[in-house]
Ligand binder design. Structure first.
Ligand code: ZN
Length: 259
């Protein structure tokens, strides 16, 4: 959408053909805050690597305005002071649990809801506060996790590497987009994400520390996942080719494990 709008603006520019091509869209510029939190998510991914789990990690940050009235809303900006509170950090637990749904995002959500239920989060947290939370995750959430994030009403997601096989935030589906009449007309999306009119969607920011996230994944896949089905233990260090496609991009198989 942005590029087509830019093209139209360039075309409207008139007679100077030398400048008729629109400039490329700017790359996202990340601040120290975003980099710091993604580094913590990468540390979780590193822990996963050391524990023979698919190395994807995440951090949930609860962001609250600091003003004394306690008002203000998430993302309103306007120079408000904000308090960030890390309320969960996690990495994938699929191998240790033998449960393919234990992706880091769902592990973290489970820990937050458990902490909220037993009152161990201060200030008290309830499910409506997910709208004030940001998720930093090293790889684009898969379709399952993207749908879960939509249902809980997450405020914003930063991710590193794209997940071309299973990504639910733009690569395969765009489950982060708000439900609208237009999206309802997309039968394939509706099949994955039944229309829930109260779903607002959430903002996604890709590409934060993507190279670092991919490097950790490469380390894992090069040494092989010994919990994977035999037919999939095919990557050996001796076969390493730095120019080969990334491990995230093989042909999808019916029984592939989601990451
Ligand atoms: Zn997932």
């Amino acid at each position: 959408m942005a590029s087509s709008s830019a093209a139209a603006a360039g075309g409207d520019g008139g007679s100077d053909s030398k400048h008729s091509s629109p400039p490329p869209p700017p790359s996202p510029v990340f601040g120290e805050r975003e980099l710091k939190y993604m580094d913590l998510a990468l540390a979780q991914a590193q822990l996963a690597l050391e524990n023979d789990e698919v190395p994807v990690g995440c951090i949930f940050v609860w962001r609250r305005p600091n003003n004394s009235a306690g008002n203000g809303s998430y993302g309103s900006g306007g120079g408000a002071e904000w308090t960030d509170q890390i309320i969960a950090s996690a990495y994938n637990q699929t191998n240790i649990s033998r449960n393919g749904s234990k992706h880091c995002e769902l592990v973290a959500i489970d820990s937050i809801t458990a902490a909220a239920a037993n009152g161990s989060l201060s200030p008290p947290f309830d499910e409506s506060n997910f709208r004030d939370c940001e998720l930093f995750v090293t790889v684009e959430p898969c379709i399952m996790c993207a749908a879960a994030l939509r249902i809980i009403g997450i405020g914003k997601v930063y991710f590193g590497a794209a997940n071309d096989k299973f990504g639910g935030c733009g690569s395969v589906y765009s489950l982060h987009t708000p439900y609208t009449a237009a999206s309802a007309a997309d039968a394939s999306a509706a099949a994955v994400s039944p229309p829930i009119e109260s779903c607002l969607g959430y903002e996604c920011v890709p590409g934060l520390r993507a190279t670092a996230a991919i490097d950790i994944l490469k380390q894992f896949y090069l040494r092989g996942n010994d919990k994977a089905p035999e037919a999939k233990r095919k990557r050996k260090p001796s076969a390493y080719n730095p120019n080969a496609p990334l491990p995230l991009k093989p042909q999808r198989q019916p029984n592939d494990q989601l990451i």
